[in-house]
Design a protein around this ligand. Structure first.
Ligand SMILES: NC(=O)c1ccc[n+]([C@@H]2O[C@H](COP(=O)([O-])OP(=O)(O)OC[C@H]3O[C@@H](n4cnc5c(N)ncnc54)[C@H](O)[C@@H]3O)[C@@H](O)[C@H]2O)c1
Length: 322
């Protein structure tokens, strides 16, 4: 199958592209290599994908906010499905720049949906987020819970993305899959995300900022498990579907730091700071729907996942030094 993948140079996109190529698909990636984090990391991701995919991987640089550009890509490459991961990610920066998040995450998504409509491409897998649950009191979070109280602009744009996907399903019979990812980690994780940032700071002997008292909890999901869940949605041919993709296991911030300390063999200097606006107290996925309907079966423990992350971190540090 020929798949248009947005955000192919990013963390999740690069892993997903590699898996698609391994399974014999063709991948057309759109990414603008924005400077949210060092674009050299994204260039490296693209080189690694290209090595695996050869001519079945097409790397297009451009911005999904540019409607003409998006239309031209559809015209030139005629994809059969769209996997839409490109976005401004991250809760805290969205509070500083809500308009940018709106432009990329909502307008950009609509540009893709319109290009799909005019070229008769009728399937999209959309990257949503556990952040749509806001400070949901009921745990674990289920797809049937009310998500009308997002507590950051980022979360609101992801919820808006789900809504507009539903509308295109309803009006134009698109088949839509919205996946709510729960904090994804593993090799190539974005450098500003907690696991990557803490690993770097502990390794360099620098203070680790711990927001809150360390009891806030996250459902961390290993990248290979996420990619596995995503692959299981490729063949869905009709309807509107919403799935949580998490591990359904929570780890506190304190526990997380301890796991990283163990994997690195170094001790953290913790600097306790007040909880940040927009941050939620807990994320915890009810994954029974994805298990039942997709056969999704995440199995990477935090110990194993952190060990693999730290091994990758060390290798990438070596590469930088050589
Ligand atoms: N990583 C997580 O824990 C997590 C959790 C929930 C949801 N998500 C969602 O999953 C998706 C992928 O996240 P990620 O962690 O791989 O992030 P990432 O930042 O590594 O990847 C996103 C990619 O999109 C590209 N991009 C951004 N704006 C663009 C634009 N205007 N035009 C073209 N390309 C653009 C970026 O250059 C980047 O390569 C995002 O939609 C994110 O919101 C991620």
């Amino acid at each position: 199958m020929k798949i248009l993948l947005t955000g192919g140079a990013g963390f999740i996109g690069s892993h997903f592209a590699e898996r698609l190529l391994e399974q014999g698909h063709e991948v057309v990636s759109i990414d603008n290599l924005n400077p949210f984090y060092d674009p050299a990391i994204k260039e490296q991701n693209l080189r690694e994908i290209q090595k695996k995919g050869g001519r079945r991987f097409i790397d297009i640089r451009g911005d999904i906010r540019d409607r003409k550009f998006v239309e031209e890509v559809f015209e030139a490459h005629r994809p059969e499905e769209v996997v839409h991961l490109a976005a401004m990610a991250g809760v805290r920066p969205s509070i500083a720049e809500p308009l940018l998040y709106q432009e990329v995450n909502i307008q950009g998504t609509m540009n893709l949906l319109e290009a799909m409509r005019s070229r008769n491409v009728r399937k999209m897998i959309f990257a949503s987020s556990s952040s749509v649950y806001g400070n949901n009191r009921k745990v674990p979070f289920s797809e049937d819970d009310n998500v009308d109280n997002p507590i950051s602009p980022y979360a609101a744009t992801k919820k808006a993305g789900e809504l507009i996907c539903y509308t295109y399903h309803h009006l134009f019979d698109f088949s839509m899959v919205a996946l709510r990812f729960f904090t994804v980690y593993g090799p190539r994780q974005r450098p500003e995300m907690a696991i990557h940032k803490f690993t770097r700071l502990i390794d360099e002997g620098k203070p680790v900022p711990m927001f809150g008292d360390g009891t806030s909890k996250r459902d961390y999901t290993y990248i290979a498990d996420i990619v596995d869940g995503m692959m299981r949605t490729l063949d869905i041919e009709e309807g509107y579907h919403l799935y949580n993709l998490g591990e359904s296991h929570t780890t506190s911030l304190r526990e997380l730091i301890t796991l990283i300390e163990k994997a690195l063999g170094k001790q953290a200097q913790i600097q306790q700071l007040p909880q940040q606006p927009g941050d939620v107290d807990i994320t915890y996925a009810d994954i029974s729907r994805a298990k039942r309907e997709l056969g999704y079966d995440p199995h990477t423990s935090m110990e194993e996942g952190i060990r693999r992350f730290v091994a990758w971190y060390r290798e990438s540090q070596e590469r930088l030094r050589s």
